[in-house]
Design a protein around this ligand. Structure first.
Ligand code: ZN
Length: 275
């Protein structure tokens, strides 16, 4: 029998089990990702009901077993990320963060660094930061957990740190212009997208401040990251395709609302203007 422990955790997913119970997957700060049996939480009067909702972080008390299911007994200090419960767009981005984390993690392998990165990302989205930027930073910083550690400090061939750069799967990272001819399948990415790829790989989500990026540049960044994920990570998540579809609706909405001035809402005070 396992030991009763108190730990912090973020709900990754919840599903019904039998009539009254739930199976809850939690990313815990100290024990890694674990599946918990949560007895009676589907009953109307369960006091644990809100503690196992998606987009919740809390301190849980439970029995941690070395094999099989662990058990959830109680929770306190519940923190619900409110905006994601009510806004379908934020919900989609946050769901993708949770699914991506789930895909990157092995069961029972503690990873405090990633735990805090996920908590900080969810909080940033909840507090109104641009969800795409937060997700992009998370995607890039999660790559090593999928066994992909692209060289983004400089050229992967000669170490040159002066651009222009392009990205190459074959060389696992950046190539400077002198070495572009080595890979004809390099990405032909825009310098702006490369700039943000490098920036996002080293920023701390905790100390982000305001990063404002033009819509057009955001599309280029997303395209570049999607290419890296498709070529090297190769996972297909439903929540990801949902975000892509949402982007297409967004474009349609923007055009119908604002046919003459598509860039009305864009701010251009960022470093990208220096490029
Ligand atoms: Zn080079």
């Amino acid at each position: 029998m396992g030991k009763v422990e108190e730990f912090e955790g973020i709900i990754l997913s919840v599903r019904h089990h039998h009539e009254n119970d739930h199976l809850v997957k939690i990313f815990t700060d100290r024990f890694g990702k674990l599946m918990f049996f949560s007895r009676g939480t589907a009953k109307r009067n369960s006091k644990m009901k809100t503690a196992i909702l998606p987009f919740t972080k809390a301190t849980y008390i439970g029995t941690i077993n070395q094999t099989g299911l662990s058990f959830l007994n109680d929770a306190k200090d519940r923190e619900q990320y409110q905006s994601m419960q009510t806004d379908i767009f934020l919900n989609a981005y946050a769901t993708y963060l949770l699914n991506l984390t789930d895909a990157a993690l092995e069961d029972r392998v503690p990873n405090g660094t990633l735990y805090h990165k996920l908590a900080a990302s969810l909080r940033e989205i909840d507090e109104g930061s641009d969800p795409q930027i937060i997700v992009n930073i998370f995607e890039i910083q999660l790559l090593p957990y999928f066994g992909v550690a692209p060289e983004l400090r400089g050229c992967s061939v000669c170490g040159n740190t002066e651009g222009p750069f392009d990205y190459s799967d074959r060389y696992g990272g950046l190539l400077c212009r002198n070495h572009w001819q080595l890979d004809k399948h390099r990405y032909h990415a825009s310098q702006r997208a490369i700039y943000f790829l490098r920036l996002f790989s080293r920023v701390s989500i905790d100390q982000l401040g305001i990063i404002s990026v033009k819509e057009e540049t955001k599309k280029e960044i997303q395209h570049l990251i999607d290419m890296i994920y498709n070529e090297t990570v190769g996972i297909k998540l439903k929540s990801k395709s949902f975000i892509q579809k949402m982007g297409q609706w967004g474009d349609v909405l923007k055009e119908s609302r604002n046919p003459d001035n598509k860039q009305k809402n864009e701010v251009s005070q960022t470093d990208e203007d220096k490029l």
